[in-house]
Design a protein. Sequence first.
Length: 688
Amino acid sequence: MAEPAGFASFHRHGFVRVGVATPKVFVADPERNAAASIEQAVSAAEQGVDLLIYPELGLSGYAIDDLHLQDALLSGVERTLGEVVERSRDLGTVLLLGAPLRRNGRIYNCAIAIARGRVLGVVPKTFLPNYREYYEKRWFASGAGLRGLEIDVASQTAPFGTDLLFAAEDLRDFVFHVEICEDYWAPTPPSTMGALAGATILCNLSASNITVGKSADRALLCASQSMRCVAAYAYSAAGDGESTTDLAWDGQGSIYELGEPLAQSERFSREPQIIAADVDVQRIRLERARTPTFNDAAALSGHPETAFRTVRFRHQPSFADLGLRRAIRRFPYVPDAPERLDLDCYESFNIQVSALVRRFEATSGSHMVIGVSGGLDSTHALIVAAKACDLMGLPRSTILGFTMPGFATGEETKGNAWRLMRALGVEAEEIDIRPAARQLLADMGHPFASGEKVYDIAFENVQAGLRTDYLFRLANQRRGFVVGTGDLSELALGWCTYGVGDQMSHYAVNAGLPKTLIQYLIRWTVRTGQFDAATGDILNAILDTEISPELVPADETGAIQSTQSKVGPYELHDFFLFHVLRYGLPPSKIAFLAWHAWRDASAGLWPAHFPDAAKNAYDLPTIASWLEAFLRRFFQTSQFKRSALPNGPKISAGGSLSPRGDWRAPSDSVADVWLQELRDALPELERR
């Protein structure tokens, strides 16, 4: 399948390419500063940058002190600003330029928004630092309270004030607000009100001299403001060439989205720089829509959107394939940052352990009952239960583990189940379910009871149902409760037997864990020595086993029943699930993101600590095909199973499928609207 026209464009999928410029600074030399700004504007346009943020007072230089009060300098700034505006006519990049401007007998530290030869508006700085090394009130007037005004600049009359938002008419959600340096160091940054008024991209033109430790402070402020305001935050800082009479500069530029860093400049570089990242403004809008607190804050602030003027402009994006400047995580549920790795895994594992401890202590029983198959899910539930016993000071014999071989149980998996139970010291038993299954199939008149090789869904579910039935009755008999082993990925796909089957338990300890995270958490317990070396060897052996329900005997070639050959690769389905459940993204965008993450073995971002199997590649037709299957299963055929989900802990910020938690949906819905959205973007699907 060739990529349909426009499909590969990041603009089509709700992204805006934001850039931060760090030009060479020429002290009190507007002519050369303007030339440097134009050079970077041209470069940014060639890179497809939609919005470029320059440093504070970039046309004059920041650290020029009383020279800001010299009319010759100010006239030079205004003249060269006109040159930048004129040069912008042929560029597709919106420029945010810093300059001192005169108005009504005052001088203002300003950000000027420029697009295609038009001055969109001028925003004066609100908070002027006047402490320690700063003396801005000596030269500039604050923009506080200036609203609804205009300014004559670059032979144009433009809106002037702190009440400006800028919005593209032809690129949804491309709305930005501007503040300057000290503004975001204040307890109430102007960008907070800008975000509440609708800006998705918050821009800061800064000079910001460097002192030891200040870089971390800037990063903290950018991250926290983007997180708190549910926005992107783009920050510039002056670099090489600024006056070092009393200060020094590092040129730190950064772009954050919802608290996450997307791009960082090289600090202390002697060369001009542009960093760029594709900001997901659609994701920002959707996150605000699902967070009522955001609107409550706007209401309590007097609905700022009524207090802002919106300057609209035609951006005219090309919708060409310009790549994607953004790291896409192949495994969004799996920790990927080395510095957070152990903490994330520690939290995930102990959320389960502590939740199971609380539930066990709240019951009148004395045992945990677990069906142990030798597969991933039951293995993880078992080691969580073992740690829960350790935490409560109970012997691991509190756990009653049962392996229940059926018609397709392999010797390897059954052997692994026994080895693991013995290594952990749990009470272990084996119940052969085949005699009971044969009797039930015979009572049903099923062809298998007469010797026919009929392996239909009834054949499979008789075995799955019997296993759970045994576990519940064993729990009744031995004063215990059943610890569920099913995971989030299976619940999303409906790959579980409803009612008295593996969908049901007394406590679903794995229900918040997707398959890819279970795989990694087991690896983490081995790597960090959560259990002894012998147990670790068994866990590694289980990880290397094919994922299978083992309900249908191997075929003539000896190939066993493979879950992923039936429902699709879990690594793709977990990717789909995250973006549907956490953000509500449309299917075409999910396909676009998956394509960028998985289209070749070197694409995407996956943890170096993940197994080599994670370096698979999927082309767009394969991704689209499995996404269609996911959409049908998730939206149409499986919700009734999730509506009856037993209790279990939410683990990942990616969400849970509990009807009492993150996901409430009707059981009788259809998937048509999601399938059609995908097919509209990928017409080839309709012809298959």
